[in-house]
Design a protein around this ligand. Structure first.
Ligand code: NAD
Ligand code: TDX
Length: 339
């Protein structure tokens, strides 16, 4: 199997490459990544010399680059992780989100149509369903929940999902889509809640909680997400959408307090800051379909996963120190300086 993984120098894509190499070492993996601020070649440096691996630095929006790569590699499977992925950045600058997340998806699928693939898989998100109210804990997102987006990020992901389904119906492209809840684990960029709070705690910096910290997210350990995608790509039904989530809902404030406890830092570091515009209240996935059809269940309990993740950030300070001391510092000062 020749598998093209786009966005493989980012958080989930890199973990997916590691998962494939562990579970299917016979597969060849080609990683296409533009290395934006969120892509980090050092994350996958250990695999660069593997004869079954090729890294290509380029843009999924570049027709020329994408078609040239398909001409050379003729991938059997394409798994598209490449995206602008941070909601706060999409509020500051929506354009690049539409460009990468929608038009990049189109370019990849056009190449799939031209060269033929066994499967095109789109990595999507639970955010396409909008949010749920905090007083209705009986409600969950199913695959039938209407799309109802809140941010330019989630709108761009929903737009891409619709285009993927249109390419299936109109052109018969063999597609699948997965919509996962919030991931956490090693190599997550420290602009996202959990690594940001760990990095700030370790530097005794204030911990910026948006609004009252009551928003709820459904957290899944990244390797469980990778396992689900691998199952869908190999055994899932073409044309179908699969929700992925672990029934692990937590309030942001409780996550931040837990991180303080684990790192022996005082809760007085917590600072309540101006809320995110259009902030979604609650995400909660019903993963019954992927469980029933593909037998998938999450394997890592949050209590264990969060400890492993904190340990990883403690053991790999140089990985995130380089980020927080580099260009990302300007973003941090801009976003949190006067918040
Ligand atoms: P990330 O921001 O860590 O990584 C994105 C990667 O894509 C980076 O390596 C970046 O360099 C690359 N990239 C960006 N634009 C590109 C372009 N034009 N061409 C080629 N490469 C490009 O993101 P992540 O958290 O790993 O998310 C991966 C995917 O999973 C995204 O599609 C995201 O929407 C989805 N998702 C994320 C989560 C989560 O909790 N992080 C949850 C559900 C779904
Ligand atoms: O500094 C912060 N303070 C804070 O209170 C940050 C960065 C976040 N938050 C809150 C906002 C959210 O309610 O924490 C929650 C999680 O925030 P993010 O880590 O930015 O994730 P979220 O907005 O939920 O989106 C994530 O999950 C779905 C990913 O970034 C998306 O790519 C994925 O699609």
């Amino acid at each position: 199997m020749n598998i093209l993984v786009t966005g493989g120098a980012g958080f989930i894509g890199a973990n997916f490459i590691f998962y494939l190499q562990k579970m299917h070492s016979e597969d060849r993996i080609v990683c296409l990544d533009k290395l934006t601020y969120a892509g980090n070649l050092s994350t996958i440096s250990a695999t660069l010399n593997n004869p079954n691996f090729r890294f290509v630095k380029d843009d999924i929006c570049s027709r020329e680059a994408v078609f040239k790569l398909f001409e050379e590699e003729h991938p059997d499977i394409v798994v598209n992780f490449a995206a602008e992925s941070h909601v706060d950045r999409s509020i500051e600058e929506p354009g690049i989100f539409l460009q990468t997340n929608i038009l990049g998806t189109q370019t990849l699928m056009d190449a799939c149509r031209t060269y033929g693939v066994e499967r095109y898989h789109q990595v999507s998100t639970d955010e396409v369903y909008g949010d749920l109210p905090l007083d209705r804990f009986d409600l969950f997102f199913t695959e039938q929940t209407p799309l109802h987006t809140s941010s330019p990020y989630s709108a761009s992901k929903a737009g891409a999902d619709l285009l993927v389904l249109a390419y299936h119906r109109t052109f018969g492209l063999p597609v699948t889509i997965s919509r996962c809840s919030n991931n956490y684990g090693p190599y997550q960029f420290p602009e996202k809640l959990i690594p940001l709070m760990i990095a700030n705690c370790l530097s005794d910096k204030s911990l910026p909680v948006y609004g009252k910290g009551e928003n709820v997210r459904d957290w899944l350990y990244v390797e469980d997400h990778c396992k689900a995608i691998d199952l869908i790509v190999r055994n899932g039904k073409v044309g179908e959408v699969y929700n992925i989530g672990g029934h692990n809902e937590m309030r942001n404030i409780d996550i931040v307090k837990l991180i303080c406890r684990e790192l022996n830092k005082p809760e007085s570091l917590i600072t309540y800051v101006t809320d995110r515009k259009g902030h979604d209240m609650r995400y909660a996935i019903d993963p019954a379909k992927i469980h029933a059809e593909l037998g998938w269940l999450p394997e890592t309990r949050f209590e264990d996963g969060i400890k492993q993740t904190i340990k990883w950030y403690l053991d790999n300070r140089s990985w995130w120190n380089e980020i927080v001391s580099g260009e990302y510092k300007n973003y941090y000062d801009k976003m949190y300086g006067n918040r």
